[in-house]
Structures are given as C-alpha cells and as structure tokens.
Design a protein around this ligand. Structure first.
Ligand SMILES: *Cc1c(COP(=O)(O)O)cnc(C)c1O
Length: 423
C-alpha cells in the first residue's frame, strides 16, 4: 500500500503532522489581489523572503548611519570580516570544510573566475564538456572561455546528451565520451542538479571519472544548494559555484557561493585573477606590500563585498542552520513523493514526469511534461493562483520547497492542473 492517499484530508493531516510546518510562518507568502495566498512553486527560481531579513539588513543600515566608515571595524557585525560570518553555515550546507567556501560575486562571475584557475587549455587538451541541457548562462560562459583562449567554441565544446526520446543522462554515455576523447578534455563542468529535468547527478562518480582522465571537474550547484544534501568535499570536485537567491532565499541578484577543494587551498602557483580582498588580511591595508594570497577559497575574492546582500544571506543561513539540511530533505522527499503520487494518479497519458523517480537522484523539483500543451496551460495555472515555471516547448517546473510549501499546496496544484486539462 502506498504511504500516500488521495483527498484533501490526507494533505491536511500531513501538514498537521509536519514538524517543520511552523517555518512557513517565517516567510512572506505572496498573495493575489484579493489577499489570498498564492501557491508558490518557484522557489527554485527566486526563494521567498524570510520575515527576519528586514531586521538583518536594518542592522547594517543603522550601523552605517551611525558609524559611517567606522562600521568596517565597529559595526555590531564588523563589515571587514562580514563574509566570515557566513562561512561555517554555508560550508555545512554544501558539505565542505570552511577553508573551501567563500561567498562572493555572483554565480556566472564566479564560474568565470573558477575557469581562470581550472580551465588551463593546451593545444592538445582544450575541450570543455558540459551537459547538453546546461543552463544557458553556463553554456555561454564556457563558450566564451573557449573563444578567449583562441579556440572554436563549437569544436571545443563537447555535449553530454540524453539518448533519443529520453531526457535524463546516462553515466555510461559520459564514460564513453571520456574513453574516446578524455585526453582532449581540459574541463568537465556540469550542473549538479540539472535545472531543466531536476536530475541530481552523482558528483563523486563524475569527479572520479574526470580525474581518471586528468580533467579538472567543477559543478554549478545553483539548483543543489539548500535543496539536496551536497557533499562537495567528499565528491573531490575541484570547484563548485552556486547562487543564493533560489533555494537559499537571499533576494534577487544576491551574492553567490564558491567552493575550491582543500587540495588547492595552498597552491600559490594556480593562475587566478586577484584583487585586494584575495590578499593576506594582516597586511591588506598597508597597500604597498607585495601580493600575498590568502589560503583557501578566500584567496579568490576580489573586492570588499556588498554587506546589505550578505546580511540577507545571513538571515537565511541562520534559518537553515536551525532546521538542518537533513531534516529539510526528509520533509522534501515526502512532499515531492506525494506530488509525484498525485500526478501519477491522474492517469493521464499526456502527462509525464521527466524528473528521476529515485529520490536519491532528485531534489524537490518535478518537471512535468504535458504533451500538446502550450504556454496557455501555464497562463491558466497562473490565473488560478499557482506560480510555476514554464519551459518551452511543453514542460512545467514545480518546486515544492520544504521550508515553506505545504502538502495542501501540492494537493491544490494537482487539482487545478486536473481541472484545467479536463476542459
Ligand atoms: C540560476 C542559474 C544561473 C544564473 O546565473 P546568475 O549569474 O546568477 O545570473 C546560472 N546557472 C545555473 C545553473 C542556474 O541555475
């Protein structure tokens, strides 16, 4: 017998039993113009605002108002070292050691800075391997790196593709690419959780494979951070990058995370772009000193960072710290499993979930393909009070986020989908 049941009563009961149900009250839930809460399933695009964010930002505004430049050293949370307040929680969240993690810049910028260090092409080994459905920004970034080094961006780019009439990727196909072209590949750069299908890759398996062929391996974990248990250190990946405005709820365009594996922490010979924030903290303000790079991920910082954005990240990380990613993913699996159950119970042969069914291979997102549908379907869902994400030609991406979504949310999205499709 399934652990899930049909009917609204089951959803209500699950919400009642949910030990994390209070966390919804710690977020601003968007409402329609009549004041009814929307069903928000786009936390994978922009996470909701924690109620506490305002007070974290206000603290810094006040210290700036009262102290001016003195706030660098004397603010309640001194700005000079503000990024360090984020390091431990962020490291814990992505399964890394503190020396391996820093919050800085934005996501695509970090990806480029990582490629300055970990994409070091030679005439015989210069290709970059990505998944064929990579997020466009990642694809554009690696193509521009190829051109920057004087290579052809079509010839130099290798795509790990799904098989015919499939959406998910097979590791055997990646192995085959490496067997035949491994000695030409300088870098493997994969979205840790694919943004389109929601497939969560085995980062360690990919890294081991890449390293066997002497390729550097990096991951874009924009859809992984705050969504799945990441073990970045144990994966052995050379680097990873992620944003904080999706599952990490830090606000539009907020700063990004960056991971550099410990084995590179003290390598001063790695090529990199630098600025005064990558310089030794003790002598940074002497301003004359010969460049002395900081060990670890901090050694890739360039600038003094925007504190207001970091304050929003701190507000969110404090919540994650309190809940813990383990408890969160436990609820997440239940919530998404329930979503999958209800979709399957529709018994509609035009509907197909393209996200993996194995909970180990996905986070909270389900990508639902609706045959013969067009954007009208998405518009109708929006009109009915559901915020979801439409991907051409026929996929709706929905992410029930365990911090603030409910079993009732999931029940009603499926009811609304059923009603729209039956008309
Ligand atoms: C969201 C996302 C981006 C967006 O990049 P920004 O630099 O933050 O604008 C890039 N790559 C992936 C995989 C994403 O999910």
């Amino acid at each position: 017998m399934s652990k899930y049941q049909l009917g609204l009563d089951f959803a209500k009961q699950q919400d009642y039993l949910d030990e994390l149900s209070d966390y919804r009250n710690k977020f601003h839930i968007p409402k329609d113009k009549n004041g009814n809460e929307l069903i928000y399933l786009t936390g994978n695009s922009l996470g909701l605002q924690p109620i506490s964010t305002k007070s974290y930002i206000n603290q810094e505004l006040e210290d700036w108002a009262n102290l001016g430049v003195e706030g660098h050293a004397h603010a309640k949370n001194p700005w000079l070292s503000y990024h360090e307040f984020l390091t431990d929680s962020m490291a814990k969240l992505v399964g890394a050691k503190p020396i391996e993690v820093v919050v800085m810049n934005t996501l695509t910028a970090n990806l480029h800075f990582m490629m300055v260090s970990f994409y070091q092409p030679t005439q015989s080994r210069y290709k970059i391997l990505i998944e064929s459905d990579a997020f466009p920004s990642d694809k554009y970034a690696v193509e521009s790196q190829l051109r920057h080094h004087g290579f052809d961006d079509k010839e130099g780019l290798i795509l790990w593709k799904p098989r015919k009439n499939e959406e998910l990727l097979h590791y055997e196909d990646l192995e085959a690419i490496l067997e035949s072209q491994g000695d030409e590949i300088a870098l493997i750069m994969i979205g840790g959780v694919n943004y389109y299908t929601g497939q969560y890759f085995d980062l360690k398996r990919i890294t081991d494979l890449g390293h066997k062929f002497d390729c550097f391996v990096g991951f874009d974990c924009a859809h992984g951070a705050g969504n799945v248990v990441l073990n970045l250190h144990d994966s052995g990946a050379d680097f990873a990058v992620w944003c904080t405005y999706k599952y990490l709820n830090s606000g539009p365009g907020s700063l990004a995370g960056c991971f550099v594996h410990e084995r590179h922490a003290h390598n001063k010979n790695l090529n990199r772009f630098t600025g005064w924030w990558s310089h030794n903290k003790q002598t940074r303000f002497n301003m004359r000193h010969e460049f002395d790079v900081l060990p670890g991920a901090e050694g890739w910082q360039l600038s003094n960072p925007p504190i207001l954005s970091m304050a929003a990240i701190k507000a969110s990380l404090d919540l994650f710290n309190e809940v813990g990613i383990k408890r969160l993913t436990k609820k997440s699996r239940k919530l998404t499993g329930y979503f999958e159950f209800l979709i399957n119970k529709l018994n509609n042969k035009d509907i197909k979930i393209i996200t993996p069914t194995n909970p180990e291979e996905r986070g909270c997102q389900l990508s639902i393909q609706v045959k013969n549908a067009d954007k009208n379907l998405h518009d109708k869902l929006t009109k009915s009070g559901v915020l979801s994400d439409w991907r051409e030609p026929d996929v709706i991406r929905c992410a029930p986020v365990p911090l603030y979504n409910t079993f009732e949310d999931v029940y009603f999205i499926v009811e609304k989908l059923k009603n729209i499709l039956s008309k």
